[in-house]
Design a protein around this ligand. Structure first.
Ligand code: COA
Length: 258
């Protein structure tokens, strides 16, 4: 598929998906969300891709939110539909990918932009990044999982404050609240994320997929995460990567995971 609103690049086993509407600060319109869905589904089914980095084009924004111009005349049913489709096709889809996704937050990550970063498995920010959920300033609430994921990451009190105040926090504040794992200079952001991705690539893809399933289970309503961990742990014993990983350790060599 050819894309109008995103750029795709692959360097060995690392795919970079760049949201490419810099004139609109990479705001997520319907077409961009559809392309993102296609791109992550494609990346997941491509066995040569081991890690995905998600970022925004330009030096100003990761994503400045959902495209406000598209939904300003929506009614109740259309609003609910927008949130449901977005969550199903993009935000939950990314969180549940078996391929690790790192958000490289290179500027404003607001509203749907912060929600997108939070759906990724973890986040790295550049020093100029600003993050927030400003929806209540528009008479809305976050609709792409922000009310749920922000509390899971920064705790309920800070999430309440950020959502109610609609204010932005700096990259250093985000680091303090564990919303991002690292803060680096903007020009180093992608290289830094690629290095992290390289470390991940050295490990077993099947074990990493099992770990994502087990960690995510903690946040799924009605699911016993400890039980999921037991199942996934057992599953790993039946994989070629388990044979290779343990054999390599006993033979005092590096594993060669296929
Ligand atoms: N939806 C649609 N368009 C957006 C957008 C969004 N969420 N965020 C930015 N844009 C557009 C602007 O309308 C502008 O387009 P134009 O040049 O055609 O007028 C362009 O991107 C540049 O934005 P601008 O506001 O001029 O940049 P700025 O540096 O003055 O301000 C922000 C940057 C991020 C503070 C400001 O753009 C903003 O508040 N955006 C909305 C954030 C938001 O509320 N997101 C949640 C949406 S639910």
């Amino acid at each position: 598929m050819s894309y109008q609103n995103i750029l795709l690049a692959q360097n060995e086993a690392i795919a970079t998906i760049t949201i490419n509407r810099p004139n609109k600060l990479n705001a997520l319109n319907k077409a961009t969300l559809e392309e993102l869905h296609e791109a992550v589904v494609d990346a997941e089914s491509n066995s040569s891709i081991r890690v995905i980095i998600l970022t925004g084009n330009g030096d100003k924004a990761f994503v400045a939110g959902a495209d406000i111009s598209e939904f300003s005349n929506y009614d109740v049913a259309q609003g609910a539909d927008l949130a449901r489709k977005g969550q199903d096709m993009v935000f939950d889809a990314i969180q549940n990918l078996k391929t690790p996704v790192i958000a490289a937050v290179n500027g404003f990550a607001l509203g749907g932009g912060l929600e997108l970063a939070m759906a990724c498995h973890f986040r790295v920010a550049s020093t100029n990044a600003r993050m927030g959920l400003p929806e209540v300033s528009l008479g809305l609430i976050p609709g792409y999982g922000g009310t749920q994921r922000l509390g899971q990451i920064v705790g309920r009190g800070k999430a309440m404050e950020m959502i109610m105040s609609a204010s932005m926090i700096t990259a250093d504040e985000a680091l303090k609240y564990n919303l991002v794992n690292y803060v680096v200079a903007q020009e180093e952001l992608l290289v830094f994320c690629e290095k992290l991705a390289g470390k991940i690539c050295r490990n077993s893809a099947t074990a990493i997929a099992a770990a994502i399933t087990a960690v995510n289970a903690n946040y799924e309503a009605g699911v016993n995460g400890f039980e999921t961990e037991i199942e996934q742990f057992g599953y790993c014993f039946g994989t070629p990567d388990f044979v290779e990983g343990t054999t390599a350790f006993l033979e005092k060599r590096k594993p060669n995971f296929k």
